[in-house]
Design a binder for this molecule. Structure first.
Ligand SMILES: Nc1ncnc2c1ncn2[C@@H]1O[C@H](COP(=O)(O)OP(=O)(O)OP(=O)(O)O)[C@@H](O)[C@H]1O
Length: 339
């Protein structure tokens, strides 16, 4: 293992992760909340896929289910999550034993949590945490080699290698978050899930972390699922963006296309409610109303009650995903436009 760069020519057509018809329920006495409802998407090798949606739309439920990190009362009630590996058979992550999964965590897929303070062990020096992870997954690695590799990854993330001897509380919030990103990359996974990785730091640090993530991604070529409620950030960072509303994916498409020509009225509303990062400021529009109660979602399109373009059929018929060019959208306004 080494931190050496790969030759990265941008995202490939080959899938690395395929999510098919995934549903996640929270079981409680007051009813079942279907937080993720029949969600399908593909993550390609080396691409950054952004996942955006309002609070409560199901983003965390989706990523914790596909990495099998969810806790009760959440259960995955349906679906398949296929991880593709070079030179090995694809595997359905949902059918693996815990032991088989442990073999894939860090080495094939890893996660960067919202808060490094929750993810890093407060009573262990950073170096020891890297060495633990590296040597658990590569028993042939000597301690000295693991320390050297850890220092290499820290440097890649913009942190001086000597900080390996620091405890997490001795580092700034931004540095801890970058250390966590370095740790997530240390076993050279193919897929890295980043769950709002910059919410705990200020805006300047946010920019610096994101440009570092892009930098590292281009050097190492891993694929990313980047989760945030901030669509304007994703439009800048991601190759493709998936928009989630009330447990469903309503639109998935190339970031530039989604910004220029959003197909779903919810995507449009979300775009118009965030200031663009690099374009001239335009008037912002809030989105009135609130998402449905997922214990008893009404018939038809879930966005219909808030949608300025809803018509009769939207309140009765469930929109199915259709493909328009390179975008997939679930909206009855486009039902005649499928290719
Ligand atoms: N432990 C739980 N028990 C019952 N319902 C839950 C639980 N956790 C989440 N939910 C429900 O599942 C739905 C999706 O929540 P989730 O946290 O996945 O959304 P999110 O898009 O990640 O939100 P945020 O951006 O605020 O993190 C919400 O309706 C939420 O109320």
């Amino acid at each position: 293992m080494s931190a050496a760069a790969v030759s990265f020519d941008g995202p490939e057509e080959r899938p690395v992760l395929e999510v098919e018809r995934l549903s996640v329920d929270y079981l409680s006495r007051s009813g079942t909340v279907r937080a993720v409802d029949d969600v399908s998407f593909t993550l390609h090798r080396g691409e950054i896929l952004g996942l955006a949606g309002e609070s409560g739309s199901g983003k965390s439920s989706l990523i914790t289910a596909l990495l099998r990190l969810q806790r009760p009362p959440a259960i995955t009630s349906a679906g398949r999550v296929t991880l593709h590996r070079d030179a090995e058979q694809p595997v359905d992550l949902l059918t693996l034993t815990e032991r088989q999964l442990r073999g894939l965590r860090w080495t094939r897929m890893s996660i960067v949590m919202q808060s490094a303070m929750d993810a890093l062990n407060p009573v262990k020096r950073l170096g020891a945490q890297f060495v633990d992870v590296l040597r658990t997954h590569d028993r042939s690695l000597s301690k000295a080699a693991a320390v050297a590799l850890a220092a290499e990854f820290l440097e890649l993330a913009g942190i001086p290698g000597e900080r390996l001897s620091a405890y997490p509380h001795e580092m700034s919030g931004g540095m801890r978050q970058r250390a966590l990103i370095a740790l997530a990359l240390a076993c050279r996974p193919d897929v890295v899930v980043m769950d709002e990785p910059t919410t705990a730091v200020d805006v300047v640090m946010q920019r610096s972390i994101l440009s570092k993530v892009l930098d590292l991604q281009r050097q190492l070529g891993f694929a990313v699922i980047f989760v945030t409620h901030d669509l304007s950030l994703l439009l800048e960072l991601a190759d493709r963006v998936a928009i989630m509303y009330a447990g469903r994916l309503v639109e998935v498409g190339p970031a530039a296309e989604l910004y220029r020509d959003p197909k779903h009225p919810y995507t449009q509303a979300l775009r118009d409610s965030f200031p663009p990062l690099h374009a001239p400021l335009t008037e912002l529009h809030g989105l009135p109303g609130s998402p449905p109660d997922l214990r008893q979602p009404a018939k038809g399109c879930r966005f219909a009650p808030r949608c300025p373009r809803a018509y009769d059929a939207c309140r009765h018929d469930d929109p199915q995903p259709i493909t328009i060019g390179t975008t997939e959208v679930s909206c009855l306004l486009h039902s005649g436009a499928a290719e």
